[in-house]
Design a protein around this ligand. Sequence first.
Ligand SMILES: Nc1ncnc2c1ncn2[C@@H]1O[C@H](COP(=O)(O)OP(=O)(O)OP(=O)(O)O)[C@@H](O)[C@H]1O
Ligand SMILES: [Mg+2]
Length: 327
Amino acid sequence: MTDLTLKQIRKAFGALEVIKGIDLDVRSGEFVVFVGPSGCGKSTLLRMIAGLEEATSGTIEIGGDDVTYAEPSKRGIAMVFQSYALYPHMTVAENIGFGLSLARRPKAEIAAKVQAAAETLQLTHLLDRKPKALSGGQRQRVAIGRAIVRDPKVFLFDEPLSNLDASLRAQMRLEIAELHARLKATMIYVTHDQTEAMTMADKIVVLNGGGIEQVGSPMELYRNPATPFVAGFIGSPKMNLYGGAVAERMGCATYGIRPEHIRLSGEAGTWQGRLRHIERLGADAILYLDVPELGEMIVRAEGETPFVPGATLWASPINGAEHRFAA
Ligand SMILES: Nc1ncnc2c1ncn2[C@@H]1O[C@H](COP(=O)(O)OP(=O)(O)OP(=O)(O)O)[C@@H](O)[C@H]1O
Ligand SMILES: [Mg+2]
């Protein structure tokens, strides 16, 4: 079943068109991640789905209903923002239940829903605290709790973890993925974070300049990026991309090879270069080579590498792992 359908959605602010005709289907229960560079329209698109921003043209259907012009509260969605926007004078329980209180739901129902959400999010022992006495991750869980009690058809998240430090982000990433598995709810999640996109998504939507560049599962986008833009955006470190005369020699407009798909040797190989810098990460190392024939090349090598800066090295692509783009 389809939970969300966007048809030819456009948005202009005055003369500036920022969303340029987007078509998208999201299946029921799917975890969809929007990625793309700053300013490409991720938040605008999410806000249009939520009804916080009106579409200039096109239609939005949620659960089979045309909601293009419906009030946010009538769309069956709940949105979680980067800034949690909790009420400082209310307890955790009051914050989670606030939307239900506003809607004048019976007290017993509110209490039951708050309790259930708190259990799901492991906030039960914190229900009487005020937000200032919570950690960043706990605050983010309260914001998610506020969304859960509304029992939405679709959850919308706009960079919910970007204010957290790296380890907390990793923990919350796992918690949201587990929450998704438990609730089996449809979720649309905006992020800048490569790891979040790759690990959480059933489907990644790569946006660029207000349009969709490519849609696919994380592995589809990793294995078969349709454009150099997607190739450079999915995967870390970034794919080595070469245009101009280098690509022409390779018979394409852009030639790409991922850092993890290059073998290094001190004796022989396809391209000769000089090792400029090396970052040792423990399990692997990132090597920066200057290759006269190509330009800079980034190589990811597993484990300990024997090479030292200044060394002359040979780099070779692993068979079949090269990418040739027509654009
Ligand atoms: N209310 C507005 N009026 C005019 N222009 C706007 C408005 N809101 C957004 N824009 C413009 O629309 C474009 C898309 O903005 P949006 O916030 O959707 O980007 P984003 O992909 O979410 O970026 P980021 O990753 O930085 O959050 C930007 O060029 C932005 O300046
Ligand atoms: Mg944004």
